[in-house]
Design a protein around this ligand. Structure first.
Ligand code: SER
Length: 920
């Protein structure tokens, strides 16, 4: 076969389909837009889901793409096999109501023969069990019957991606790599053909004939228009054309492996290949994910990225690499991929930083965690135990940051078993206790120390985040001790420290205390009297009273805390400027991720006030004023006009923090040095904590970008849901236009880059305009729906017939009784008219419920009035049950009430009256 590079294959593919009138569509983000059921983009068709179901207007009917994909279902075998990857690129051509099976098959075969130059006799195909149509097309195209294999649903029915959407039977192309690749029994048994587990026939292209729209309940509805979704793994095609046995030996991936060899000084061979492959694969996944702004985190997508980085760190460590390493590969990845994904070039240094920080974070604990696991397994073995308990595996997670799946892999590798449900139960318990456990312990450490009242930690952290300190006291389980060893949790008290202790709403710092003998991870800093308590865990060595050590505050976290703290001051100023000087601060929480501010104000804030406050803060940020601090005698501070908290106790000297004209407050917290470092401010929640106060939650800095990305994503989801619903009800009535105006994640990013602090306001405007046009369109649709319903009531002989047939008789009176959902009174009357026309002696008792209200319409002809039926009187009794009042004429009465749950009894009471009066 003729060697073709990954790049050549991609280029050939796009140019071929462009020549066949396909629009070339760039890869979408790894975060699926508008599909909350999918964690990542897992196939080329994901970005086209609404086009397949007809939920949006079609911008084109043929498309082709190279899509970035992430699939993590087999994460634990990645590296251990020849072909598994978490990240891969997928070639795909798509048709939306345009061509179908015939062209899809012809294109695939033509491209395989003419462009990939695969010999025809090496191509086999599979079809879905009863898809004779596909078989015939393949045969006409020149694939002989003996090379066409029927396979079942597992192999040849694809989709949907996520829990609903387009799906259908498929047909796959396979390459016969020759009998020598077959398993030991293949060849002799005669059963070896596509579908066999051996390596002889490899699938390289899947053609899905989309015919169904699977609903969330699993129902298969016919798609309004058939479609084509094909997918071909780029790495896999390269593997076949380059005639290598593993995707990791194809040109681009090999280049990454060589980079790892150079950077690590290790050789890629049989003994190291798993490690190299894990690092190669995970580095790509992490590179592209962070490129799409998925950051390592504790939950969701971010957790997957964290797992990947940590798993790669583990495999790097097994190679003997104990330093952050993965981030170094970013340069090579950028070189390789920026021709296909140019945006990655600009993102490279950020990606590198994020990976390096995450690696550093983990490597600090990896070693100790592995030692602890080792000790545990040795102990268990000596006691003849094999099941690793949830408490133990959870400790590796909570204390050393080992992802659950990583511990499972390590434990299984050693022949022990892992208890999933016990781990989950521990996680649940921990969530409840979380920080409360530290808090419960504070304020009691110093009681046993004689000179405790004289103790005062010198705080050096306003200007510096590192320094040297001396250990004065150590505590373990609430008691004073002389030393703490690796793996032990405890509290450290120093003579001086740059670690800010929780206070004034600002959370305590995290970081490290260390010297050549030990490393202590500070997981929280609290204050008792004037002493800073460093709460945490010894990662390495032993820490003793009297030791001299280096302090190192987690600078990134501190910076985010500072941004949110300064943002809180600007918010306080803005509230007083916009709502009035009656606003007094009642409490606040300043965390790295958000700020919360409680204040006195009698009423909920209006939308306009919220926007004004947000704007005011962003303007103060844009002014780029220096944040100044000074320590003043309290009286002087008060006369300077600085704000203070009414019920807070202050000493004789107070610290005053000033931000130009925007804010001046008493404050002991840590701040940015210039308001521009806050970057952006968004007010995300307004409510009340009770007691006549209001509560605001807001975010500053990069979280604001993420926030808007998710705001617009959920708007897109709402519109898509709406589209789907609307289409079902109204056929061709479309609700489009709005979706296209929703800014994509990249656009949001660029709005922030170009508009800076004005971005928040303009994104709010875009959002508002989109929401109001959605509301307008929905109202129009609602009116349309009502009109149609009314029409269907008038002109619906089946309904009339059905009601008539299920009516009951009381002597010669026919009673037609029915409860409807959400039907207006006018339609009920139309329906009654039709029934009255059909049967003169009919009494119609109709009701409709909508939300918590109910409507009743009772009607009959005059002939029944003459016989003694009075609709107005009947209605009166029925309405009492519904908590409503009303009445009406003998031949027609209408009224409304509440209690829709009583509606059946209300109609029943009218029937009973007739029975009583006329005899049953
Ligand atoms: N969606 C199909 C797949 O992923 C074809 O693109 O295999």
């Amino acid at each position: 076969m003729k060697f073709k590079s990954v790049k050549e294959i991609g280029d050939l593919y796009l140019s071929y389909f462009q020549s066949k009138a396909h629009s070339i569509v760039p890869s979408s983000s790894l975060i699926p837009a508008g599909d909350p059921t999918l964690l990542f983009t897992t196939a080329g068709m994901v970005q086209f889901k609404p086009l397949f179901t007809g939920a949006v207007e079609l911008p084109y009917t043929r498309a082709a793409s190279i899509q970035k994909c992430l699939r993590t279902t087999d994460l634990e075998v990645v590296g251990k096999t020849e072909r598994h990857c978490t990240f891969f690129e997928m070639l795909g051509n798509f048709s939306f109501g345009d061509y179908f099976k015939k062209e899809a098959i012809e294109f695939a075969l033509d491209f395989s023969l003419q462009k990939l130059e695969i010999p025809k006799d090496k191509i086999w195909v599979t079809i879905y069990l009863d898809d004779d149509e596909a078989k015939e097309i393949w045969m006409k195209a020149g694939i002989p019957e003996e090379r066409i294999v029927r396979l079942g649903k597992k192999d040849n029915f694809w989709g949907p991606a996520g829990d609903s959407g387009a799906c259908g039977p498929c047909s796959e192309l396979y390459l016969d790599r020759g009998p020598e690749k077959g398993g030991p029994d293949c060849g002799t048994s005669g059963t070896c053909k596509p579908g066999c587990d051996c390596d002889r026939y490899l699938e390289y292209w899947n053609l899905v004939f989309n015919q169904f729209n699977q609903t969330v309940t699993g129902e298969l509805l016919p798609l309004k228009q058939t479609g084509i979704d094909t997918g071909s793994g780029l790495e896999r095609v390269a593997m076949l054309l380059q005639e290598v046995d593993s995707v990791y030996d194809t040109d681009e991936l090999k280049h990454i492996i060589q980079t790892i060899e150079t950077l690590s000084g290790k050789k890629y061979d049989e003994s190291t290949k798993v490690n190299f492959r894990v690092i190669t694969d995970h580095s790509r996944s992490v590179f592209f994910s962070i490129g799409d702004r998925i950051y390592p985190d504790r939950t969701g997508r971010g957790y997957v990225i964290r797992r990947l980085i940590r798993r790669a760190s583990l495999f790097a460590r097994k190679l003997g690499i104990k330093e952050p390493f993965l981030y170094k590969i970013v340069e090579t990845l950028t070189q390789i991929y920026s021709s296909r994904y140019p945006e990655l070039k600009e993102r490279a240094s950020e990606i590198q930083n994020v990976i390096r920080k995450e690696e550093e974070l983990f490597l600090n604990t990896l070693e100790v965690g592995l030692e602890e696991l080792e000790e545990l397994l040795v102990r268990m073995k000596s006691q003849g135990q094999t099941d690793v308990k949830g408490v133990d595996s959870f400790r590796l997670y909570s204390t050393f940051g080992f992802p659950k799946e990583m511990t499972r892999e390590l434990v299984l590798e050693r022949g022990f078993s892992f208890n999933d449900s016990e781990f989950d139960a521990e996680l649940e318990k921990d969530r409840d206790l979380s920080r409360a456990s530290w808090k419960g312990k504070k304020n009691t450490y110093l009681t046993g120390i004689s000179d405790s009242s004289a103790l005062k930690t010198e705080f050096t952290g306003y200007t510096r985040l590192t320094g040297n300190s001396k250990v004065l006291y150590l505590f373990k389980d609430g008691k004073q001790v002389n030393s703490l060893k690796a793996g032990e949790e405890g509290v450290v008290l120093l003579d001086q420290t740059p670690f800010y202790a929780e206070g004034g709403g600002q959370l305590g710092d995290w970081g490290y205390l260390k010297n050549a003998q030990f490393q202590f991870q500070v997981q929280d800093t609290q204050k008792e009297n004037e002493s800073h308590l460093h709460l945490g865990l010894v990662l390495r060595g032993e820490i003793r009273v009297g030791d001299v050590l280096e302090t190192e505050v987690d600078a990134g976290r501190r910076q985010r805390l500072a941004g949110h703290h300064s943002g809180t001051h600007l918010l306080n100023g803005a509230l007083r400027r916009i709502l009035g000087t009656h606003v007094a601060q009642k409490g606040s929480v300043v965390s790295p991720d958000y700020l919360r501010f409680d204040f006195s104000h009698p009423s909920a804030l209006t939308e306009e006030e919220i926007r004004k406050i947000e704007k005011d803060v962003n303007e103060a940020v844009a002014k780029s004023v220096a944040v100044e601090t000074e320590v003043l005698p309290i009286e002087k501070a008060k006369t300077s006009g600085a704000l203070s908290m009414f019920d807070e106790k202050y000493g004789n000297l107070v610290r005053v923090v000033t931000m130009g004209d925007s804010s001046k407050e008493f404050c002991g917290g840590t701040h940015v040095s210039n308001t521009k470092e806050i970057a952006y401010f968004a007010l995300i929640k307004e409510g009340s904590p009770g007691a006549g106060n209001r509560r605001i939650e807001a975010i500053c800095g990069d979280p604001v970008i993420d926030y808007f990305q998710s705001v617009f994503q959920s708007l897109a989801e709402k519109i898509q849901d709406y589209n789907l619903g609307a289409k079902e009800v109204y056929g061709d009535l479309k609700q489009h236009g709005i979706l296209d105006k929703i800014p994509a994640p990249e656009e949001i990013q660029s709005i922030f880059e170009t508009k800076k602090t004005l971005a928040v306001e303009s994104l709010r405007e875009i959002k508002k305009a989109l929401e109001s046009s959605l509301a307008e369109k929905s109202a129009a649709l609602h009116r349309e729906k009502k009109k149609k319903e009314a029409l269907s009531f008038q002109l619906n002989p089946e309904l009339v017939e059905d009601i008539f047939n299920s009516s009951l008789k009381v002597k010669d009176i026919t009673i037609a009784k029915r409860v409807f959902d959400g039907v207006d009174a006018k339609s009920l009357k139309d329906l009654a008219d039709s029934l009255k026309a059909r049967e003169p002696k009919i009494l119609c008792l109709f009701a409709s419920k909508e939300g918590d209200s109910s409507t009743l319409v009772f009607m009959c002809n005059k002939v029944l009035n003459d016989a003694g039926v009075h609709c107005g009187n009947l209605l009166k009794t029925s309405l009492e049950l519904l908590g409503g009042k009303g009445g009406g004429r003998p031949d027609m009465a209408q009224g409304g009430g509440k209690n829709p749950e009583q509606i059946d009894s209300a109609l029943e009471s009218a029937v009973n009256e007739i029975k009583n009066k006329f005899g049953g």
